[in-house]
Write a protein that binds this ligand. Structure first.
Ligand SMILES: [Zn+2]
Length: 279
């Protein structure tokens, strides 16, 4: 999980350009709504760190559909908005979903869902790069009942990422390693942000997804076990790999947690070296 660079271009200019790219009568209706949209964007801006408090606005069915149409139907200004958001992110955040750290972030998440807040459908601060898997998992759990506790907004919720909160444990089952993941709070992590982090992992089903993907990390390590290393040398090789991931992806990257747990598990090290020597 990684904080992202906040889009810095005037959000209402994107709304205006998208409205202008529509045909009449939708174009005129969207332009008529503009003063209300300016006020709603101001509401959003005033509640950046407590977005769950924003309430729904009332629109006619036609207005509701027009506002959704701003995002759901492709236009040149909408593509420019998406390019703007992507272009200001770091190369790593452009390549790997900042929410899960697993897949390519090909889609955008409407942080406050479009189905409830159509007025934020093309608000840059509400559009967060996300992978399909995170997006679909979040969508399945979106309802009016849980809007008050959205997943983390990676533009505005500052992550305490100099602290470690994600840990793994390795178990050997029928000769094969398995990883399980947990979160641990330290006294210096604010309890309210820790609860939001916990909610984020649960909503996006991250523990199970990491457990499934940990096979990749075990395979990567198995290739290092192949050159007759001693247990200490193998442990050092795994730790070096963990530090290299940490440098690029941060302390709470799931592969860092997995590799550190592997390096600290005597059972895993013995089992991996033994498996190799028997091959
Ligand atoms: Zn993701």
């Amino acid at each position: 999980m990684k904080n992202l660079t906040i889009p810095n271009k005037d959000p209402i200019s994107f709304y205006d350009a998208i409205a202008n790219a529509k045909h009449d009568p939708r174009k005129t209706r969207l332009k008529t709504l503009q003063p209300q949209i300016i006020s709603r964007y101001a509401d959003y801006k005033n509640n950046l760190t407590c977005l769950g408090k924003i309430t729904q606005a009332t629109y006619s069915i036609e207005e509701f559909q027009d506002l959704q149409h701003c995002y759901d139907s492709s236009t040149v200004p909408l593509n420019e908005l998406k390019s703007h958001i992507r272009s200001i992110q770091s190369p790593i955040s452009r390549a790997i979903c900042p929410h899960c750290g697993i897949n390519n972030p090909r889609t955008f998440d409407h942080h406050l869902p479009e189905s409830i807040f159509p007025d934020f459908s093309v608000l840059s601060w509400n559009l967060i790069p996300m992978c399909d898997e995170c997006n679909n998992t979040k969508l399945d759990k979106t309802s009016e009942a849980n809007i008050e506790t959205p997943v983390l907004n990676l533009y505005f919720d500052t992550l305490p990422d100099s602290e470690r909160w994600l840990y793994a444990q390795i178990n050997i089952s029928a000769g094969l390693p398995e990883a399980t993941f947990t979160l641990q709070q330290t006294p210096t992590i604010d309890p309210s942000i820790f609860n939001r982090i916990k909610h984020h992992y649960t909503t996006l089903n991250l523990f199970n997804r990491y457990a499934d993907r940990s096979v990749e990390v075990f395979s990567e390590a198995a290739s290092k076990a192949s050159s007759g290393l001693t247990p200490q040398e193998f442990k050092t090789a795994i730790t070096t790999c963990a530090r290299s991931y940490e440098k690029r992806h941060g302390l709470n990257y799931w592969k860092v947690a997995t590799l550190d747990a592997m390096a600290n598990s005597t059972d895993y090290i013995e089992s991996a070296l033994e498996t190799h020597s028997n091959q």
